[in-house]
Ligand binder design. Structure first.
Ligand code: GDP
Length: 140
């Protein structure tokens, strides 16, 4: 079923520092997403830990937090039909080595822990992650 949905997207520090933010935004717009909110920010360690709280016990948690705080990121609230699935499809697989041609991670990701972009993976995480960065009144 096609229903209008919102998801949280992040241009991660590697792709922002690499100068790929513009191209990623162009891909987002070409894929028919409406950008409801967008902000450039730099995550604190506490913010990165809170955002990735579900991974707190994973062996890669400390490295993930270090990476997400190493430089500026762009956080976006995106809207489209089936936005969560559609944005995950445009991102590509978590490990860029497994990402399909034409996806952002295939194009700009360089390793599983430097994979260019983030996207919510389900409606409940999308609601949590959108609320993490935006208040309802911020969204166009
Ligand atoms: P995503 O939803 O595709 O971003 O993947 P996850 O939510 O499972 O993991 C969050 C982030 O943690 C990923 O984007 C990766 O950068 C990192 N990550 C996930 N699995 C691994 C892993 O096995 N090793 C390392 N080093 N990083 C990982």
């Amino acid at each position: 079923m096609n229903q209008l949905e919102r998801t949280l997207a992040i241009i991660k520090p590697d792709s922002f520092a690499g100068g790929h933010a513009g191209e990623i935004l162009a891909m987002i717009e070409a894929a028919g997403f409406r950008i409801l909110g967008m902000r450039m920010t730099r995550l604190s360690k506490a913010q990165a830990q809170g955002f990735y709280d579900v991974h707190r016990e994973k062996p890669f948690f400390a490295g993930l937090v270090e990476f997400m705080t190493e430089g500026p990121v762009v956080v976006m609230a995106l809207e489209r039909e089936n936005a969560i699935r559609a944005w995950r499809d445009l991102m590509g697989a978590t490990n860029p080595a497994n990402a399909a041609d034409g996806t952002i991670r295939k194009k700009f990701g360089t390793a599983i822990d430097r994979n260019a972009v983030h996207g919510s993976d389900a409606p409940d995480t999308a609601a949590y992650e959108l609320g993490f960065f935006f208040s309802g009144s911020d969204l166009a």
